[in-house]
Design a protein around this ligand. Structure first.
Ligand code: PMP
Length: 425
């Protein structure tokens, strides 16, 4: 099973059989409130009829078209529609099949961009501690989770910024923690160490998701942008989680008002109904790749399934729903009630931190001494038994409900979380 400690995995797996709106049903017939949008991806709620019909129609009309110098109209239409939501100036789209592929594609874009400019010394990539960028070789190289790359030896040339979680000062912070100068200035230190002329790009998740919802301090992303611009370094946002409304804006770059040079997406792109990712690049990156010196190798990259017809059909239908139901701004409207709900759990036994932004939140539990992850696992098991799907990283519970949630779902989340946290005490 993917993402499972298979050798130690003795319990019967929890198997989901059916889904609709805010709910799953498992093979035992249990109804489960989905407080995680699957894996941060089913932003418009499950099994939307419109998406299902679009996929079905598309599979009858055109199941597949080869990529090499050939294609079909849907990726162009979808890209056009997507750029109505992406920040101005980030209007060029390349389709992949997953978040991991989007990340590896974005890193290749960054290296190819400098190469096309004749700047071949810029080969170093900077990620961040606790960053998660998928499981491709590029993604685990820039990713800041050492366990994910331990078994693979030397990977790409990388270094890492420190993460921004400051629990000495900012426990139980609502929204953005106040600016702290150190985490962003650490980029200047890395530049001093390596030399700006060697660094191709910095990649960060605007809000780190998989490591347990780490919210950047106010002004942090702006400062990274300034430093990158001053040194000719590209800034890449990994928006695989934050894209498609999670923060109440189409993308995190609009929430923070910071423009990256490249950003990655996947998950909510098709409401997760068909696997797909997309990388957006700035006009400058696009122009450079299209017009770099002839003697440079042209950027050559793609997948058999880039812009797959069924994925495009699902994505276009998802976008119709996002637009018609104004789900991105709806997320912003629901976020204050979500924040209230989550912070009302402060004070329960073992709750050592609560953090939130938009419709993302984390409840961090104190680890059982000598048994990290065990309390988190107990919370997951108890929540599932009580009909609530949460996600757990170590001892941190992460919540990211679909953007269509209603007050009654918030109430159910609160009630179940309160009761399982009390029972764990
Ligand atoms: N980047 C980020 C920020 C992610 O959260 C994820 C998945 N959780 C990925 C990349 C990888 O996406 P995928 O699992 O679709 O390859």
């Amino acid at each position: 099973m993917p993402f499972t400690a298979n050798r130690r995995f003795k319990a019967a797996p929890r198997l989901l059989e059916r889904a609709e709106g805010m709910f799953y049903w498992d093979t035992e017939g249990r109804k489960i409130l989905d407080a995680t949008s699957g894996l941060w991806c089913v932003n418009a709620g499950h099994c939307r009829a419109e998406i299902q019909q679009a996929i079905s129609k598309q599979s009858a009309d055109l199941d597949f078209a080869p990529t090499f110098q050939m294609g079909h109209p849907l990726p162009f239409q979808f890209a056009q529609r997507l750029t109505q939501h992406s920040p101005t100036g980030l209007d060029h789209v390349f389709f992949t099949n997953s978040g991991s592929e989007s990340v590896d594609t974005a890193l290749k874009f960054a290296l190819a961009y400098h190469h096309a400019k004749g700047d071949t010394a810029r080969t170093l990539l900077i990620g961040r501690e606790k960053g998660y960028h998928g499981v491709g070789f590029g993604g685990i190289s820039v990713g800041g989770l050492p366990n994910n790359r331990r078994a693979f030896g030397n990977l790409l040339q990388v270094d890492h910024l420190p993460h921004t979680l400051d629990q000495k000062r900012h426990r139980f912070c609502r929204g953005l923690p106040p600016y702290a100068v150190e985490p962003a200035e650490a980029l200047e230190t890395l530049i001093d160490q390596h030399g700006a002329g060697r660094i191709a790009a910095v990649i960060v998740e605007p809000v780190a998701g998989s490591a347990g919802v780490i919210i950047p301090p106010e002004g942090y992303l702006q400062r990274l942008r300034e430093i990158c611009s001053a040194h000719g370094i590209l800034l890449i946002f990994d928006e695989v989680i934050t894209g498609f409304g999670r923060l109440g804006t189409p993308f995190a770059s609009q929430f923070f008002d910071v423009l990256p040079d490249i950003f990655t997406t996947a998950k909510g792109l098709t409401n997760a109904a068909v696997p797909m990712g997309a990388v957006f690049v700035s006009d400058t990156v696009h122009e450079t790749l299209m017009t770099g010196p002839e003697e440079q190798i042209e950027f050559f990259h793609g997948y058999t399934y880039s812009g797959h017809p069924l994925a495009c059909a699902a994505g276009l239908a998802a976008l119709d729903i996002y637009e018609r139901e104004a789900l991105f701004s709806r997320a912003a409207e629901v976020a204050p009630a979500f924040e209230e709900m989550i912070h009302s759990l402060a004070g329960l036994a073992h709750v050592v931190d609560i953090r939130n932004l938009g419709l993302m939140a984390a409840i961090e539990l104190e680890p059982i001494p000598g048994k990290p992850g065990e309390r988190g696992h107990a919370a997951l098991t108890a929540a599932f038994a009580a009909g609530l799907l949460i996600r757990v990283t170590g001892d941190t519970i992460a919540l990211s409900p679909p953007l269509v949630l209603e007050p009654e779902h918030l109430a159910q989340m609160e009630k179940t979380l309160r009761s399982i946290l009390e029972s764990l005490a």
